[in-house]
Unconditional design. Structure first.
Length: 367
């Protein structure tokens, strides 16, 4: 059974005053100047799909020496954006001082970044500063793939009394070579939906993609995964941006992107569709049961092999056999139209469980 976390969440449609779904939070990576902020906001407000203007005031960079934001001075520029365009404004906070000064300057939405959500001490400090405050708060996933830290950060903020709560999927840091700046690892937001079903999830395609060319693909994928909107970076002149220039869209490009996206329904009233879908899902259920039975039978055989190895004083790991098995099964899988990466992942998990079972056999003491 999937663990669920009981959070007190006010549905997005209840408090999002403009009722624009998918929710779009857009603006430059960093607040660089009042002119840059206003020029960007004046163009973004023309796009009727945008609910919040975002900009980073404090920029926690990976290494010192990069542009790290304009600090409190930029909050006055946020006020100017709000007054001139009517857009609500949002920014990132990382400690109590940030929260307090943002509230003093009328910021409408706060978010906790990936470098902060990874630290429970920092999240709790922010939660304490938010007690008694009525403001939407978004929590980005931790920079490393740790679902429990993400859930824990949401819990801490919710326990402070924040029920206008949003999760943001911005991808995960990885050493592996990838076309993405941060690996999407879609299984994490899927699992979060199961654990915290009432928490709306936005996608940050800018940080996942790392480059403008991949943002449309990631954005459509997010909608197809039933996410509730986007936090996306847009700059009046991206190539002149002081941070993350490659992943920011012009306001016009963002408008084109949002217009091109296909928003699909989570369900439908078409009864014929429902009947056909139910039939196919029952078939999936039957196949899953067969697969589970086959896995169980395979593990029984693995245990018998473990007993035979123990009797003959042979090591559990047989590298040559493993290499032969991988080569043979991948060849069969490819011929049957299955992804090699998928099959390799399945085989590694099966092999890991087989080794665990055989280790238990090896360590079992005779009665």
């Amino acid at each position: 059974m999937i663990m669920t976390v009981d959070l007190n969440i006010n549905p997005l449609t209840n408090w999002l005053t403009d009722k624009k779904i998918p929710l779009v939070i857009a603006g430059p990576c960093s607040a660089e100047s009042e002119e840059q902020m206003l020029a960007t906001a004046r163009e973004l407000v023309k796009n009727q799909k945008i609910s919040y203007f975002r900009a980073g005031i404090w920029k926690p960079r990976t290494r010192p020496g990069s542009f790290e934001g304009m600090g409190v001075e930029a909050l006055r520029w946020m006020q100017a954006v709000k007054e001139e365009t009517g857009l609500k404004v949002a920014t990132e906070v990382a400690n109590t001082d940030h929260v307090e000064v943002c509230l003093e300057h009328g910021v409408d939405l706060l978010w906790i970044g990936a470098r902060t959500s990874v630290n429970p001490f920092s999240v709790q400090e922010i939660a304490n500063a938010l007690k008694g405050v009525d403001i939407p708060v978004a929590v980005k996933n931790p920079i490393n793939p740790d679902l429990q830290l993400w859930v824990g950060a949401l819990e801490r903020i919710n326990k402070a009394g924040i029920d206008h709560l949003i999760a943001i999927h911005r991808g995960f840091s990885s050493f592996e070579k990838s076309p993405f700046r941060n690996q999407p690892l879609w299984e994490f937001p899927i699992e979060l939906k199961s654990i915290c079903p009432d928490v709306p999830i936005l996608c940050d395609p800018s940080h996942i993609a790392g480059t403008r060319d991949l943002i449309p693909f990631i954005s459509q994928k997010a909608l197809d995964m039933d996410m509730d909107g986007f936090m996306i970076e847009s700059h009046i002149n991206p190539m002149a941006a002081l941070s993350d220039a490659d992943q920011q869209l012009t306001p016009n490009a963002l408008d084109d992107l949002l217009n091109d996206l296909i928003v699909r329904l989570a369900t439908t009233k078409n009864e014929e569709f429902k009947t056909q879908l139910d039939d196919l899902r029952r078939l999936i259920d039957d196949l899953d049961e067969e697969i589970t039975q086959k896995f169980s039978a395979r593990m029984d055989v693995a245990e018998k092999i473990g007993e035979y190895k123990k009797e003959n004083n042979v090591t559990i790991l047989q590298v040559k056999r493993w290499e032969e098995l991988i080569s043979d099964r991948l060849s069969i899988a490819t011929a049957m139209g299955l992804s090699e990466d998928f099959m390799r992942g399945v085989l590694k998990l099966v092999h890991k469980e087989s080794i665990r079972r055989q280790t238990e056999v090896m360590n079992k003491q005779k009665v």
